[in-house]
Design a protein around this ligand. Sequence first.
Ligand SMILES: C[S@@+](CC[C@H](N)C(=O)[O-])C[C@H]1O[C@@H](n2cnc3c(N)ncnc32)[C@H](O)[C@@H]1O
Length: 288
Amino acid sequence: METSFLNYDQIATEYNQRYPSSQNWERGQALLSVAAQLRAKTVLEVGSGTGFWLNLLHSTVPNLFGLDYSMGMLEQAKRQPAPLKLLRGSAIQLPYRDNTFDFIYCVDAIHHFGNHRQFIAEAFRILKPNGALAVIGHDPHEGTSNWYIYDYFNGVYDTDLRRYPAGRSVIKFMEAEGYQSVSVQTIEHILNVHVGEAVLRDPFLRKSATSQLALLTDEEYFSGIRRIEKVIANAAASHEKIMFSSDIQVKMHLGHKLGVANAVGLATHLPRWAVPGETTEISELFSQ
Ligand SMILES: C[S@@+](CC[C@H](N)C(=O)[O-])C[C@H]1O[C@@H](n2cnc3c(N)ncnc32)[C@H](O)[C@@H]1O
């Protein structure tokens, strides 16, 4: 694996296959809920990809903005039914004026941004007072997720440890950049178990389905596939069941840019996600 940056133009046309219409995504519910609590009128997704999440917000948010580095992904996003204001640009140099957005979020994208802290700082700059940033995704640094892809494809887990910020770092960066009432919550639990050769039909096992596999050379990818096929064959020969599980906790880190009045009295109208008792407050997290 020579690089850990993926050009999403290569996989843009296939990307939406990961969102079958039959599935109800709890990440979408969390986004809707935060947007409603913030009474957000102007929302930006950074690393907006094909615009899937922005489109979900269409019913409640009048002004939806998406920023992405990949022209291919932006082309796909243009096809969403929701009118999206799309821009090509970099997450660490956001091309927007100070104090522009009520709500900024990224989903499964911060690990691509290279400089996590700079993105969090840039988001703070362009948030309006009383706005909030949500960073959504899984955290390979935490022992709670278990994804069979990590077991069968050499180097993928280590690459993810390098690319993804640990949840604690996201919190530290948010606090250092001035966000208040920073909280973390599990918003979705992805649990799929494939038995035996059914795993070979897992859409997430296609090379173009995730950056984890797309970053591999063909040789690295196919040697992982062969490893999987071998354990399936061995299990069949000994009449055993072999299971491949994707058991992933999706977290949302949420930080608020308080207005002048709130900065003194703290937290009068914070979203449900930030209410003490319902979320893990930072002080608890560091005392664990
Ligand atoms: C895994 S996709 C997630 C897309 C979308 N958020 C979703 O959940 O469907 C990551 C996206 O981040 C974009 N991206 C990667 N690096 C970026 C950067 N530095 N600035 C802006 N977008 C970037 C990619 O082009 C890609 O569309």
